[in-house]
Design a protein around this ligand. Structure first.
Ligand code: SME
Length: 160
């Protein structure tokens, strides 16, 4: 089933129309994607706290709370400020296994200018679940989401 990323973008924009509270926006962003992306078992945000990532709004099983920059798939995406699309997490040296059901993973850094304010992490029980099209679609949604957080500068400093 192909995902209609432009429809998801319009839904994301509509969800932010009523209120720009960052916690509410984050929770709805995560819930929208978890509901609409097929074959995933975990989706959530880790927020930058100093040189760590700390668990934020998510859907799925309870997960590790704190991930230092540079560790695991999430910490690598945050440290290098690049998207990590991992076809087989078991072949990724340093992968942090929160849910043993996860086999592939897509992690997109949430960027304001050059700052990584967090990451969006998506896990799938399928190997090689995420295509380049998924990567580009989710990266675009993350850009829109971060733009929503920047309705006010104070919002971005107090992200979640
Ligand atoms: N697998 C991630 C950890 C987060 S969980 O998947 C929710 C990682 O290696 O960074």
């Amino acid at each position: 089933m192909a995902v209609d990323y432009s429809l998801l973008e319009r839904q994301l924009v509509a969800l932010a129309a009523a209120d720009s509270d960052p916690l509410a926006l984050s929770a709805n962003f995560v819930a929208l994607l978890y509901a609409e992306l097929p074959a995933i078992n975990w989706l959530g945000i880790y927020v930058t706290r100093g040189s760590d990532l700390v668990l934020g709004p998510f859907q799925g099983m309870p997960a590790c709370v704190r991930i230092p920059f540079g560790q695991g798939v999430c910490g690598t995406a945050a440290e290098d400020a690049v998207t990590m699309r991992v076809a087989d997490v078991h072949a990724f040296d340093g992968h942090i296994a929160c849910d043993p059901a996860s086999n592939s993973e897509l992690v997109v850094p949430l960027m304001t200018d050059s700052n990584v304010i967090g990451v969006l992490d998506i896990d799938s029980p399928q190997q090689n679940r995420f295509t380049e099209k998924d990567q580009m679609g989710v990266e675009r949604l993350c850009q829109v989401f971060v733009g929503q957080l920047q309705f006010g500068q104070e919002t971005i400093r107090g992200f979640i």
